[in-house]
Design a protein around this ligand. Structure first.
Ligand SMILES: NC(=O)c1ccc[n+]([C@@H]2O[C@H](COP(=O)([O-])OP(=O)(O)OC[C@H]3O[C@@H](n4cnc5c(N)ncnc54)[C@H](O)[C@@H]3O)[C@@H](O)[C@H]2O)c1
Ligand SMILES: CC(C)[C@H](C(=O)O)[C@@H](O)C(=O)O
Ligand SMILES: [Mg+2]
Length: 368
């Protein structure tokens, strides 16, 4: 197959982890006789420095034409003093909106060799397999007005959703739950927020169309607690943009590191942008020690979800599993008796395992 892939490395560790993902995809292309063409574009702080905009028109145009987009991370101290509209993060929010990527799928499942790498007790982590479906183009992030009001010495952000925006993400959650354990937990703050009360009504109404799916509702504060005390109770979690942002970083604790989590930002027609959950990690940027696995697993999710390349994705995920079983890991993960390696060496070992692996052994191919 011939595929055009836009890569947006962005800032901080973005470039380091993108290099890793591209090397893995090149190996897959060779093994399976595909042609992947990569074109690199600017986003975030790098784009501000290069083109005076966090999301240049050329980047938007390239992403719209591509078969899929891979994104590293944006942001950093250098640009923190800029006004909201001009910050690196605005580039990321802008490309999600431009491409209409309303659903962000964040799978949380610990690889077996990492069960003891979490600060949580192994028996709490073992067997948990959660998919957070985060609404991505609405809510508090995008509602207007969003501004300072100097004459009142005040400030406003707005949480705005149309009924249709809530319905489509809830549909996505029910449909996805059908491919999993058939359970949806909707997370909201319906005891306080009107938007959450409407969200709950939509979930209840929609659930009538999916009688095979069990539904429950949780308030977000309690959900935050249950995620790390009894994560096994969850299958699919569907929630508002900001709640999903916060809960997914928290849930990453189950996997041993925020650097492990991949994500897929999608719409209904299979077009997607694939991005790790973590950020540009300024504290470790340039040191060559970033964990590339969230990015590499995002690339395998791209193969699976945008290109229908199931076997190719299985092979990547199995190579990652083998590498972890062999004890290799970047310093963000604490593995007993393991070997600490940097980003590049970790990628080299994964490439070696890709060459020898048998993906039928893979037990981790549920990043859908
Ligand atoms: N998708 C994105 O582009 C994205 C996501 C989150 C934050 N950000 C931006 O990143 C910048 C830094 O934010 P932050 O520090 O709050 O969050 P962060 O996710 O960048 O880092 C949080 C902690 O996790 C560690 N970490 C994250 N990814 C890692 C990896 N792959 N390997 C090893 N360790 C890793 C970091 O070293 C840091 O200690 C900010 O400008 C923020 O806006 C961007
Ligand atoms: C950088 C920021 C805009 C972004 C978000 O909040 O969506 C990030 O935290 C994420 O989780 O992808
Ligand atoms: Mg986040």
């Amino acid at each position: 197959m011939n595929k055009q892939i836009v890569i947006l490395p962005g800032d901080g560790i973005g470039k380091e982890i993108m290099d890793a993902a591209v090397r893995v995809l090149q190996a897959i292309a060779e093994n399976f006789n595909h042609q992947f063409t990569f074109s690199e574009h600017l986003i975030g702080g790098a784009a501000i420095d290069g083109e005076q905009s966090p999301l240049p028109e050329t980047t938007i145009h390239a992403c719209k034409k591509a078969d899929a987009v891979l994104l590293g991370a944006v942001g950093g101290e250098k640009w923190d003093a800029l006004p909201g509209e001009k910050r690196p993060e605005k580039g990321l929010l802008g490309i999600r909106k431009e491409l209409g990527l309303f659903a962000n799928l964040r799978p949380i499942k610990a690889f077996t060799p990492l069960l003891h790498a979490s600060p949580l007790k192994e028996e709490i982590v073992e067997g948990s397999n959660i998919l957070i479906i985060r609404e991505l183009t609405g809510g508090l992030y995008f509602g207007e007005p969003k501004k300072r009001i100097p004459e009142e010495n005040a400030v406003v952000d707005t949480l705005y959703y149309t009924q249709t925006e809530i319905e489509r993400i809830v549909d996505k959650a029910f449909q996805t739950a059908r491919t999993r354990k058939k359970r949806v937990t909707s997370v909201d703050k319906a005891n306080v927020l009107e938007s959450s009360r409407v969200w709950r009504e939509v979930v209840e109404e929609k659930s009538k169309q999916y009688p095979d799916i069990a539904v429950d509702h949780l308030l977000v504060d309690a959900a935050a607690m249950k995620l790390i005390t009894n994560p096994k109770q969850f299958d699919v979690i569907v929630t508002e943009n900001m709640f999903g942002d916060i809960l997914s970083d928290e849930a990453s604790v189950l996997t041993g590191s925020l650097g492990m989590l991949p994500s897929a930002s999608v719409r209904t027609d299979g077009v997607g942008l694939y991005e790790p959950v973590h950020g540009s990690a300024p504290d470790i940027a340039g040191k060559g020690i970033a964990n590339p696995l969230g990015m590499i697993l995002s690339a395998s999710s791209m193969l699976r979800q945008s290109f229908g390349m199931e076997q190719e994705a299985d092979e990547i995920e199995y190579a990652v599993q083998m590498t972890l079983e062999q004890g290799y890991h970047t310093p963000d993960l604490s593995i007993k008796n393991g070997t600490v390696v940097g980003t590049k060496e970790m990628t080299d070992i994964i490439l070696g395992n890709l060459a020898t692996n048998d993906a039928s052994q893979c037990i981790c191919n549920s990043y859908a």
